[in-house]
Design a protein around this ligand. Structure first.
Ligand code: ASP
Length: 331
């Protein structure tokens, strides 16, 4: 789209439903994700010519359930390179599957230190669907990414006219265009044909791992979901297998059952880094002595999957428990 009007922007495609197709326009659930290239998404949206001069790159074209650490590394490396090399670039938009979009957004928030907007966008309906939401979502993501209002806000997600922060956003419904929300605090702002509406309050903290290089082999961090009478065998099995990190999706405010706590207490070897998140989906997890004695740190208001992303990066960085605890406090 070079030669178009407006600020220069980079579009990085990774796949997802926004790039998905089905044989029939009435098929909303039975489709293949990650089929159409990002260039074709752009060609189908000539309205973008009016607001930005966009250069496209395809990083991957997959269902986001199939994203792996290598995709993450490729995306982070390329994004850092683009931002470092092109000082005249206004911002970056990343098309992404919705299923794990919040994890990639949070990963980038922890790794990318740049005032220019990085906006992730997806769609709940495939590109071939009646009333596909991808084109408008993409248009609005570009609106946000080139706006002055979005500078300094870090990594954002634009879906259904709402602008969410990478930290708060999560997918909360399996279907419907309004599937994304920011628990407790609501979206950062809105985007519509009057422009980008972001109250001038949130100031971004520096990215925690801005200098971290991502490895080819990542640590093993497992999420365990709390429930009535959890398995007694799982924790010893994971510890014997040498996992380097555990995230507990505890009940209530991040509570582990006595079965789980006993399994940790009885383990003879060193315990991995461990975080307590919660399965309620809203509200904080605070420090608790019974759990702290076992080395479990509270994940605050991070979802289990975002706590895992933080733990992965902390392990890659070589953090010990004290350093990880200070990161949780300072966020
Ligand atoms: N399975 C799709 C994905 O995450 C779902 C979507 O994009 O909405 O890639």
């Amino acid at each position: 789209m070079t030669g178009s009007k407006g600020p220069r922007l980079r579009l990085l495609g990774t796949g997802g439903t926004i790039a998905g197709t089905a044989p029939e326009s009435t098929q909303l659930n039975r489709y293949a994700a990650g089929v159409i290239g990002a260039e074709a998404l752009l060609t189908a949206l000539p309205q973008l010519n009016q607001i930005a001069d966009i250069q496209v790159e395809q990083i991957a074209n997959v269902d986001s359930a199939d994203l792996g650490f290598n995709h993450w590394r490729d995306l982070v490396d390329r994004l850092r390179q683009i931002l470092a090399e092109d000082s005249g670039l206004a911002g970056v938009v990343i098309t992404h599957g919705t299923n794990t979009l919040e994890e990639t957004a949070w990963l980038l928030q922890l790794l990318i230190d740049d005032p220019r907007p990085v906006v992730l966008v997806g769609a709940m309906r495939p590109a071939s669907a009646l009333s596909a939401d991808g084109p408008l979502n993409l248009y609005q993501a570009v609106q946000v990414a080139v706006s002055a209002e979005a500078r300094g806000r870090g990594v954002m997600v634009v879906m259904d006219g709402q602008i969410h922060s990478a930290r708060a956003v999560s997918k909360r419904a399996t279907q419907g265009v309004g599937a994304f929300h920011s628990a407790g605090r609501g979206p950062l702002g809105w985007v519509d044909d009057f422009g980008v509406h972001l109250p001038a309050v949130e100031q971004r903290a520096p990215a925690a791992f801005a200098a971290l290089s991502l490895p080819t082999v990542w640590p093993q961090v497992v999420i365990l979901h709390g429930c009535v009478q959890p398995s007694e065998a799982l924790i010893p099995a994971l510890l014997s297998a040498g996992v380097q990190g555990l995230v507990f999706t505890g009940t209530g405010a991040g509570q582990l059952s006595s079965v789980e706590r006993n399994a940790l207490a009885q383990w003879q070897g060193p315990l991995p880094l461990m975080l307590r998140a919660n399965r309620c989906g809203m509200g904080p997890v605070h420090r608790c002595e019974d759990h702290a004695r076992l080395g479990l740190l509270p994940a605050g208001d991070l979802s289990p999957q975002k706590a895992r992303v933080l733990l992965l990066l902390a392990l890659i960085n070589g953090d010990d428990r004290t350093t990880l605890a200070s990161r949780l406090l300072s966020r």
